[in-house]
Structure formats: structure tokens, C-alpha cells
Ligand binder design. Structure first.
Ligand code: ZN
Length: 218
């Protein structure tokens, strides 16, 4: 049997392409699925509106804020339900506060993601130029937004990889995995986190199998 191998053929922060040789397709596919649905990122999931005289409804605004990709330092935060604070409000380990206070004075103003002020310097929108809202003269918007870790399994806004595909390579034994990032994590970080999760699942499966009591001479 030829042993499996892999090679990174392309790598930028936004995109990674890995070539697998002699590797079962299911394995590559599992990595792809984990990258999409189980690698956690931060996204805004709770918004307290303090003032909103714009024409956009509070719920629409909260939905829009949830879709802004936030740079996420892997390993720095824990999932809310796994945090030892046990608080619904959360703590510094399981949530990040971002605030915005904007006002249009005499001219129409486009409020962008760059105006969000984060309490954690490592957590900020991946782009400063994502439009949030247009304020007409004299309109105000002020809110507190809480970002938490989540996964694509529970909502698409937590998906770190808008593109994750498995393709056939040039040779018969070649399979390509392409992962593109939305910027919350680098493409490499997504792949590493997916591989780590696959490893844990296999380990868990092995322990389950080992714990099965099989009657002798059955
Ligand atoms: Zn906590």
C-alpha cells in the first residue's frame, strides 16, 4: 500500500490549496465539512440598541451586524456554553463588546464597520469599509454589540470559509482541497482547526470502540 501524503500547492491568508495523494476521499471530504461547519469564529449575536433614529429596524440592523466578519484569534476565546463563567451575559473569555456611536449632522453619512470600537484589540472587523447603515441629517445610531464564538452548524454567520471544495487532481490518486476564508481566520488556520477537530473525533471514536465490552467467545 502506498502511504498517503499531502502538499500545500498554494497559500495566502485568504486561500489555501492542498494536494492529497493516496488519501481516502472521505478523509478530505471530512476536512472540508469540518472547515465549513465546526471551526468556530466570532460573530455579533446580541445587540443592545441605545438609540436608533434611522429608517432601519433594530432587527434588520442586528442581522446585518452579525454578517460582518470579525478577526478571530484562534484559541483565545471559548464557546459560551463551555465557559466556566456560567453567565448568560458572558465574560472576557467568551464574549467581546463592540460599541458604535454615530450621528449625521448636516449631511447624509454612511456608517461603516470601521466605526465599531472593540474592547479587545485583537478582535475587529476584517474590513473597515463594510457599510452598516446610511444616516440622514440629524439621525443617530448608538448600540452595544456582543460577539461570541459559534460555528457554521448553528448559523451561516459563523462560517469561516465561504468556499471549501474537494476536486479531482491531475493524477488518479490526487485529490485537491480548496479553502477560502472570509478573513475571520486565515485559510491555514481554518485548515489546521478542521484537522484538529477531525483528530479529536477519531480519538473519541477509538475510545468508544475500546470501551465497548465484547463478550469472549461470542
Ligand atoms: Zn465566560
Amino acid at each position: 500500500m502506498v502511504s498517503p501524503s499531502l502538499k500545500v500547492v498554494e497559500k495566502t491568508n485568504e486561500r489555501i490549496v492542498v494536494q492529497f495523494n493516496n488519501t481516502p476521499r472521505q478523509y478530505v471530504n471530512a476536512l472540508r465539512r469540518l472547515a465549513i461547519s465546526e471551526v468556530p469564529t466570532l460573530a455579533i449575536d446580541d445587540v443592545v440598541i441605545l438609540e436608533n433614529s434611522s429608517v432601519m429596524h433594530d432587527e434588520a440592523l442586528a442581522h446585518r451586524l452579525g454578517l460582518i466578519p470579525l478577526r478571530t484569534d484562534p484559541g483565545r476565546f471559548v464557546m459560551p456554553h463551555e465557559c466556566d463563567c456560567g453567565s448568560a451575559l458572558g465574560c472576557a473569555k467568551c464574549r467581546v463588546l463592540l460599541v458604535l456611536d454615530a450621528e449625521a449632522t448636516d449631511k447624509t453619512k454612511v456608517v461603516t464597520s470601521g466605526e465599531l470600537v472593540s474592547e479587545d484589540e485583537t478582535v475587529k472587523p476584517v474590513s473597515k469599509d463594510i457599510p452598516i447603515i446610511v444616516l440622514a441629517p440629524n439621525q443617530k445610531l448608538k448600540f452595544e454589540a456582543y460577539a461570541r464564538l459559534g460555528t457554521g452548524k448553528s448559523h451561516a454567520k459563523w462560517q469561516p470559509a465561504p468556499v471549501a471544495v474537494v476536486k479531482d487532481g491531475k493524477d488518479e490518486n490526487e485529490i485537491m482541497l480548496v479553502i477560502e476564508s472570509n478573513g475571520a481566520l486565515t485559510a491555514e488556520e481554518i485548515l489546521k482547526e478542521a484537522a484538529e477537530r477531525l483528530h479529536l473525533k477519531i480519538k473519541g471514536f477509538k475510545q468508544t470502540v475500546e470501551s465497548l465490552k465484547i463478550p469472549k467467545n461470542a
